[in-house]
Ligand binder design. Structure first.
Ligand SMILES: C[S@@+](CC[C@H](N)C(=O)[O-])C[C@H]1O[C@@H](n2cnc3c(N)ncnc32)[C@H](O)[C@@H]1O
Length: 380
């Protein structure tokens, strides 16, 4: 609703930068809250869900949900969604970003007025965040962790989690900005978070958007605990393995949440493997990666209704895999488990071309009676 012309007139520099960098194109609704690397392009997800033939009331599963792009887009389109994700921090992001899509914003001015008091509820737990800790100083998992309900008894669960996300954002932002503390940055960030939530809620009401329901499950995609034939589509992007270490990236946030980081690492697809040389490490990681992806794709096929799509978005980066193309490996797995590739789309990636050139959208399809999915796709 905010066109660049309106914003340019009297805007602060950070808002001008936001539009100049074209961030509004991918940061609408709650997508722009907390910068998470390797996140989907939201409009692409909407387009894919249309091509999959999903309609109001259908359920889409993202088994490696990250910061919840699929769930946010699904909700806005009136689709129900299930976000499955191993990282407790990514689950927090998804719950917060989806949970505030429908919310009473009347107390926002009051929250802004008490921004510093809100910050002070988090501050005593700040020592858990120290990024470079020795073995002996390392924050012990689960100990002295902030109890959000205790800290903000009168706020709704999504609002509490939004405040926590905003606080963790301020901490990360301060680490990148010289001479600024999280406390300096928190009020400004909070006003940005609340403005985004309010803008979306006003738009939702004005347009009469009825949101789909979103469920967030913390769990391992290799052992999906969902019933057979219970979803109408699967859409996800496995870690661009070898390119982003999600655990190291999110270490301060995970520490703050009291997560057992070493245990998490051992189950993160793309990071599992060992070797004495770099070559051995890569080979071991690639082997484990394909075994894990086979387990995940087999579950995806099991939970899909017959005739529906499982779409995997994957970047190509043969430099980091010892020459092996991940997309071809996944196509082979699809053929092996009886969920063949129906078609694929390739697109060039902007922004991270030094690590990744192309992205493949792989449309696998579970065989079965031509159900409503097929008719819908043909009608498009
Ligand atoms: C490329 S990111 C997904 C980004 C997501 N599409 C988005 O838009 O935010 C891959 C995600 O897989 C998650 N992941 C890694 N291993 C997993 C596992 N065994 N089970 C579930 N999720 C896992 C990582 O934590 C990471 O958030």
């Amino acid at each position: 609703m905010n066109t660049p012309e309106q914003v340019n007139a009297s805007a602060r520099q950070d808002r001008k930068n936001f539009f100049a960098a074209n961030v509004f194109a991918v940061g609408y609704a709650t997508h722009g809250l907390f910068p998470y690397r390797g996140k989907f392009h939201p409009q692409m997800i909407k387009a894919i869900m249309n091509v999959m033939g999903l309609r109001t009331g259908d359920t889409v599963l993202d088994p490696m949900a990250g910061c919840g792009t699929t769930s946010i887009e699904a909700s806005i389109m009136g689709l129900n969604s299930i976000a499955y994700e191993l990282s407790p921090f990514a689950c927090l992001m998804t719950r917060a970003k989806v949970g505030v899509l429908e919310m009473d914003c009347s107390n926002f001015p009051r929250l802004l007025k008490y921004a510093d008091e809100i910050y002070q509820r988090f501050a005593p737990h700040e020592k858990r965040l120290a990024v470079q800790q020795t073995l002996f100083q390392a924050a012990s998992p689960g100990k002295d962790v902030l109890d959000l309900e205790d800290a903000f008894p009168r706020l709704s669960p999504p609002m509490r989690e939004l405040l926590l996300l905003c606080y963790l954002d301020a901490v990360g932002y301060a680490a990148r900005r010289k001479g600024k503390t999280p406390r300096d940055l928190f009020p400004d960030l909070l006003s940005r978070y609340l403005a985004a939530v309010q803008a979306f809620n006003e738009t939702r009401e004005e347009l009469g958007i009825r949101l789909g329901q979103a469920q967030v499950i913390e769990g391992d995609a290799r052992h999906l605990q969902l019933p057979d034939e219970s979803v109408d589509g699967v859409l996800f992007s496995p870690p661009y393995s070898f390119a982003i270490d999600y655990v190291e990236n999110d270490r301060p946030q995970l520490q703050f949440l009291g997560v057992d980081i070493e245990n998490l690492k051992q189950n993160m697809v793309g990071l599992i493997g060992s070797g004495r040389t770099r070559q051995q490490l890569i080979e071991s990681r690639v082997t484990n990666y394909f075994a894990d992806m086979e387990a995940i794709m087999t579950h995806c096929k099991r939970v899909l209704r017959p005739g529906c799509y499982c779409v995997i978005v994957i970047g190509s980066n043969t430099n980091q895999t010892g020459g092996i193309s991940l997309e071809n490996g996944l196509i082979e797995i699809g053929a092996k488990i009886g969920m063949p590739l129906e078609f694929q789309i390739m697109r060039q990636i902007e922004g991270i071309r030094n690590t990744m050139r192309d992205e493949f959208l792989l449309f696998f399809r579970k065989p079965g009676v031509l159900n409503v999915c097929e008719e819908r796709r043909e009608n498009l």
